[in-house]
Design a protein around this ligand. Structure first.
Ligand SMILES: C[S@@+](CC[C@H](N)C(=O)[O-])C[C@H]1O[C@@H](n2cnc3c(N)ncnc32)[C@H](O)[C@@H]1O
Length: 429
């Protein structure tokens, strides 16, 4: 099977079908047996999504009329991506992409002509792309405006650049099973190049991504894959033995697991509204040999599942726009629409309010998102504080001028993330 065709079909699922790239690849990759072919298709699909807005701009310059056939349109993007960004021999890139048009002779001629014209006019086309912000940053216009509005054009340009980088593979060492030093040694023994992340005691950054099953003792739960930014959550909860802890939007349990690895002597309750994602919680905790009480429930309606016993610690890892993890999921730039973001702050506020009602006096709530928008983060917390006189923010010395701690994508090579810590004050008797 022609790998360019498989890549194009995967992209049609995203571009036309609205499927996530992860889901689309899960559907199409099994058709390929050769691991190198799989890796090639994956690299092309991620690359096209990462540079979609730029490639689309270039394609428009090369066409007199738009391509209506979805598969051929995707194939044109696949061809351009190889020529512009991959170290594939030009001849092979053109001929294999042309071959992928199969019996459509009009498409064969079209793809051949446009890829050859791209090669002739590459310099001029790149110059024109650099003059257009959407093409230059390879982000949709609405997102460029939102991020420039929140962070100013210089910071926003840094975010665009970070979003278009390959993200590092970061591991979380299960400190119940081993130390970070010991695990670094195990990696070195297998010649897997890695370094300790200075800012986070559980994190190890690999020089190059590897398949999880080639990681030593992955199966027995010695290590998990989790970005550094997400690894700050457990530490911020200030966990103590014997506490009752609620992880309110828990699936697939990356943070629940880290909570239990940090302090196993807890009564930990993990809730998520999505029953299918909850199945992944079970599998993940099982691999790590950890356990928690799992509840499929709506965080905004605790009356339907909560036993009424207050919690000492609550993590609200809220559903969000996920704009902080674009470098890992570049299809977000294609699939997310400005309208999708409108309802999120209200849902986040409803979850926060419900969580607050379940927190004991003196208890601590950590609010987290993988978003970099103020409406989901510091504005959300500012509003919460005005509405709850018994909430006291525990500030971060990292950026004391605002509420919480905003990690912008690329800061210390982290995903974009947000944290705020809220203590429930003890009322006078
Ligand atoms: C950011 S993800 C959580 C990631 C998870 N904490 C981890 O570290 O692996 C947000 C989760 O919120 C869940 N969610 C969305 N709306 C919810 C609601 N009303 N009640 C409970 N969970 C909800 C989603 O199903 C999703 O699993």
């Amino acid at each position: 099977m022609n790998t360019r065709l498989i890549a194009a079909r995967t992209l049609v699922r995203v571009l036309d079908g609205g499927q996530s790239l992860t889901a689309a690849l899960e559907h199409t990759l099994p058709a390929l047996e050769n691991p190198q072919d799989k890796a090639f298709v994956q690299a092309v699909c991620y690359g096209v999504c990462r540079y979609y807005h730029q490639l689309q701009f270039i394609l428009m310059q090369l066409l007199d009329t738009p391509i209506k056939d979805a598969e051929i349109y995707a194939l044109a993007l696949v061809g351009l991506y190889q020529l512009a960004f991959m170290r594939v021999k030009t001849h092979a890139a053109v001929s294999e992409t042309v071959d992928a048009t199969r019996k459509k002779s009009w498409a064969k001629n079209l793809i051949n002509a446009l890829l050859r014209r791209y090669l002739r006019e590459q310099e001029d086309l790149e110059k024109r792309a650099n003059e257009n912000p959407v093409a230059l940053h390879s982000h949709p216009k609405w997102l460029i405006s939102r991020l420039e509005n929140d962070w100013g054009s210089e910071n926003a340009a840094r975010i665009f650049q970070a979003n278009n980088q390959f993200p590092p593979m970061v591991l979380r060492v299960n400190c119940l099973q081993t130390s970070r030093e010991n695990y670094l040694q195990q990696l070195a023994d297998l010649s897997i190049e890695a370094e300790a992340v200075e800012t986070c005691s559980s994190a190890i950054r690999l020089s190059k991504p590897v398949a999880v099953f080639s990681l030593p003792n992955f199966e027995s739960g010695m290590v998990s894959v989790q970005d550094t930014a997400a690894q700050f959550a457990a530490g911020l909860l200030d966990l103590k033995a014997g506490q009752r802890v609620l992880d309110l939007c828990a699936a697939p349990a990356g943070k629940t697991a880290h909570i239990l690895e940090t302090q196993p002597d807890l009564e930990c309750v993990a809730v998520d509204i999505d029953a299918t994602r909850m199945l992944r919680v079970e599998t993940n905790l099982q691999r790590l040999n950890l356990s928690a009480q799992l509840i499929v429930g709506d965080a905004t309606k605790p009356e339907s599942w909560w036993d009424g016993k207050l919690f000492d610690r609550i993590l609200v890892d809220a559903p969000c726009s996920a704009l902080g993890v674009i470098r890992r999921h570049p299809d977000i730039k294609i699939l997310r629409r400005a309208d999708d973001l409108v309802a999120l702050p209200a849902l986040q506020a409803a979850i926060l309010n419900a969580a607050w009602s379940m927190l004991s006096e003196g208890g601590l709530l950590v609010y987290a998102t993988c978003s970099i928008l103020k409406t989901e983060n510091e504005d959300q917390i500012a509003q919460f504080l005005t509405q709850h006189s018994n909430a006291q923010e525990i500030p971060f010395d990292k950026n004391p001028a605002q509420h919480g701690w905003q990690i912008l994508t690329g800061d210390n090579n982290c995903d974009g993330f947000y944290y705020a810590r809220l203590r429930k004050t003890i009322s006078a008797a």
